[in-house]
Design a protein around this ligand. Structure first.
Ligand code: GDP
Length: 297
């Protein structure tokens, strides 16, 4: 289960806090130190932990809290609220153009992150909202990728546009947009190639697409199981390509929590969706408050 160890630790810390009637400043500081350790062990970025602890400390150590009716409960409430803030506070949707125009979404991510699966999941979500998406196979390097997209597109009842593996991705993207405008599609979702690591060729290919077609949203798919690496990947993509949002996959696994808690704070970009399984229906909107509740138990 996701966040299990972090949740257990935080729940224990909170149990201790609740069990004490009156709290001294030292009690609160000791508890917050334990919270800090738990976050670091959950692979939350050091910088983010520091920033988070500062915000909590400023609110939790004051006289108002200590002299209040239920200081333990107050501290817990503050931790909860700051955790929600860390993850962006508000739910963010994919920004779509009006239905009469074409919205181009460029999906990016490292190999294995879940990009092709997520691309098809998003197509299904948009279809159910009344949009007419077109999936586009721009990953010309992994022979199975085109086929995988086709299979997933069929399952979702969404058309897949492919030109095989002999054309440049930027040209496939251009042709797909033309096809979309002739056939009444109003969302074009580009499934670009992933690599094992961030590399120059992959970045250049994405830059070339962005320079030559109007990409409305560049969306990055990252694997929550990779913790800090996911956060670093997000930073690199944002720096080189510019990202508008993140989809965090594999939150159904036993991820520690670092990626979910750090990505927004490090990149300033929102998590839009979370992947909760391999099935094409396993994609959920990201709610910072619900995520904090899951983590805090
Ligand atoms: P890509 O290389 O980034 O396109 O990754 P794929 O879409 O091929 O996904 C890689 C693997 O991760 C596949 O086995 C997917 O079924 C699996 N996967 C994708 N998203 C999730 C998720 O949210 N949860 C789980 N458990 N598996 C996922």
């Amino acid at each position: 289960m996701a966040f299990e160890s972090l949740s257990d630790k935080l729940q224990n810390i909170f149990k201790n806090l609740r069990s004490k009637g009156r709290l001294t400043e030292a009690d609160v500081k000791a508890s917050l130190k334990e919270v800090k350790m738990a976050l670091l062990e959950a692979d939350v970025s050091f910088k983010v932990v520091k920033q988070f602890m500062k915000a909590v400390q400023e609110r939790a150590v004051g006289q108002d809290v200590l002299n209040g009716l239920n200081p333990g409960q107050m501290v817990i409430k503050i931790v909860n609220e700051e955790m929600v803030n860390l993850m962006g506070a508000e739910t963010t949707e994919i920004a779509l153009q009006p239905a009469g125009e074409i919205t181009v979404l460029m999906m990016m991510g490292l190999q294995g992150a879940g990009k092709t699966t997520t691309t098809a999941k998003i197509a299904g979500k948009l279809k159910s909202k009344g949009r007419k998406p077109l999936l586009v196979a721009c990953d010309i390097y992994r022979p199975a990728a085109i086929q995988q997209l086709q299979i997933n597109g069929d399952k979702q009842g969404v058309e897949v546009f492919s030109m095989g593996d002999k054309n440049k991705p930027v040209n496939i993207a251009k042709a797909a947009i033309e096809h979309a405008s002739k056939n009444g599609h109003n969302v074009v979702i580009l499934d670009t190639a992933g690599r094992l690591h961030v590399d120059e060729d992959m970045m250049n290919e994405l830059i070339e697409i962005k320079e030559n077609v109007t990409v409305n949203q560049s969306l990055l798919v990252v694997d929550a199981m990779t913790g800090q690496d996911a956060v670093n990947v997000a930073s690199m993509f944002d720096e080189k390509i510019g990202i508008d949002g993140v989809i965090l996959t594999k939150l159904d696994g036993d991820t520690r929590g670092g990626a979910a808690l750090s990505i927004r704070a490090v990149t300033g970009k929102p998590i839009l969706y979370i992947g909760m399984g391999e099935k094409l229906s396993d994609l959920e909107q990201f709610y910072p408050d619900r995520m904090a509740s899951r983590i805090l138990g």
